[in-house]
Design a protein around this ligand. Structure first.
Ligand SMILES: [Zn+2]
Length: 476
């Protein structure tokens, strides 16, 4: 339903369209009382002047927006023939339609704040100028669907010079963030250089950190809220989920970020932060040397990994803390991350190194002395030794699993009881089981034929209270 169809026209006010708010009436015979008519005349005059000042295309867009043959401005009326004290904002009609049955909703966000009857002639003319400007802007926006504008905003976002820079520099940005948290910083020289670098990181990373994950480096896919900023001819595009917003300048077809970086400076800064770190790394060649040693050791360990894993698993199972250098070395190196490519004193290379504890760097020299040529034989020998130990520790039938005051229950006896309780269909209570083990041929036990079971009288020589304890042990 066009705005024109919602409203009423009067000959005296040829550029005004009277639109009911709050409730719609089938007809409005006359409009306004004496005082209101004076204001309406002034509005009509200002509107006419402003419309005349528009170019042909703007007038054409405005009349299309209103749905009338000529450009007009809506004036809200209520209670059948009174004018509403505030003018209605064009956003009321943008990308939406209203029902002919009802008047426009009285939603204060969709009305101007100024009470126009209280304005001086000059103030009113000024107000009307702004209102007409806003209507012209929304009429322009109405030329395209809301979704088309969102597509335009997304395209402009991708073209923004900072977003393009951030996308191109993503590996460096990620490396700076990783390095800033790296344990390696504790061993690089010199502490004051590191402190200065980290201070610069906070400044240099600020524009990158303002961009939420889902906006890197395209606009997120969530539903957007658009707010029309008439004054700057812009659209504020906000994602309530990411809590991020950008502003789109309709005329320039450009977006601005919440914190707009100064590009020339930003381009320089990202290059500088990388160079400064490389200079620091260059002062710490001892660390680079130790890392390269670890890299070499890692390579030499590779062919032995299956054997090493077998040894470690067995050691764990047998709770043995081994003193073999090579297994200690392997356990420690397993915990770290080192790139396969040769390590260089540079940000990108060092950001790929992840050490749980920098103490490992001190071990590198010691581990370099491991004779890897002998590793296979030594590991096999050690493994054979561990397997023997494992065999020795296998459970045996004669193992005593419960003992009290000289009365011993062996593994074989316990297993016999366990097997019987599992195989019998009878539900043996704690009490009955104790009686069976004691070998008491009560009526109940005879009825159940338990006096013929293989465990009947198994603990005949035991005092009752110890049998109770032994049964508890077996049942838990
Ligand atoms: Zn989002």
């Amino acid at each position: 339903m066009s705005i024109q169809q919602l409203g009423y026209e009067f000959d005296a006010y040829s550029n005004l369209l009277f639109v009911p708010v709050g409730r719609r009436y089938s007809s409005i015979r006359s409009i306004g009382h004496k005082e209101e008519r004076a204001v309406l005349s002034r509005i009509q005059q200002s509107v006419t002047e402003e419309l005349n000042a528009l170019d042909a295309e703007q007038r054409e867009q405005l009349s299309r927006f209103i749905g009338s043959e000529k450009a007009m401005l809506p004036i809200p009326v209520y209670k059948q023939e009174h004018i509403y004290p505030m003018l209605v904002r064009p956003e009321m009609f943008l990308w939406t339609t209203h029902s002919l049955q009802r008047g426009l909703p009285i939603d204060h966000a969709l009305f101007y704040e100024k009470t126009y009857s209280k304005l001086s002639s000059e103030q009113l003319a000024d107000h009307i100028r702004h209102v007409v400007r806003d209507y012209v802007f929304c009429a322009h926006l109405q030329q395209q669907e809301r979704s088309q504008w969102i597509n335009r905003i997304a395209a402009a976002y991708k073209k923004h010079p900072f977003i393009q820079l951030a996308e191109a520099k993503e590996p460096i940005v990620n490396a700076v963030e990783t390095m800033n948290r790296s344990s390696l910083l504790a061993v690089l020289k010199f502490p004051e250089d590191i402190a200065f670098w980290r201070h610069r990181v906070e400044i240099v990373m600020r524009p990158y950190r303002q961009i939420p994950g889902s906006w890197r480096w395209e606009m997120c896919d969530h539903a957007k809220e658009l707010t029309i900023l008439d004054e700057t001819q812009s659209i504020l595009c906000e994602c309530p989920i990411c809590q991020f917003q950008i502003t789109y300048d309709v005329n320039k077809d450009e977006i601005t970020l919440p914190e707009e970086p100064i590009m020339e400076r930003t381009v320089k800064r990202i290059a500088t932060i990388e160079r400064q770190f490389n200079e620091i790394a260059d002062q710490s060649l001892n660390v680079i040397g130790a890392l390269r040693e670890l890299q070499t050791i890692q390579q030499k360990l590779k062919p032995h990994i299956p054997l090493l894993e077998e040894v470690l698993t067995l050691q764990n199972e047998l709770e043995i803390h081994d003193e073999m250098e090579i297994t200690n070395c392997y356990s420690a190196i397993k915990e770290i991350e080192i790139p396969d490519e040769s390590i260089t004193p540079e940000l990108l290379s060092l950001s790929e190194v992840k050490l749980m504890d920098v103490a490992i760097l001190k071990e590198a020299g010691k581990w370099s002395n491991i004779d890897f040529n002998q590793a296979k034989e030594q590991l096999q020998l050690h493994l054979a030794h561990l397997l023997e130990l494992q065999a020795e520790r296998q459970p045996k039938p004669g193992d005593v699993i419960f003992e009290t005051n000289g009365f011993q229950l062996t593994r074989a006896e316990a297993e016999k009881v366990e097997l019987f309780t599992e195989q019998t269909d009878l539900t043996l209570t704690f009490h009955i089981l104790s009686q069976v083990l004691k070998g008491e041929p009560t009526n109940k036990i005879r009825t159940l034929q338990l006096h013929e079971s293989p465990i009947f009288g198994l603990l005949r020589s035991w005092p009752d209270k110890y049998i109770t304890k032994a049964v508890k042990k077996m049942l838990t």
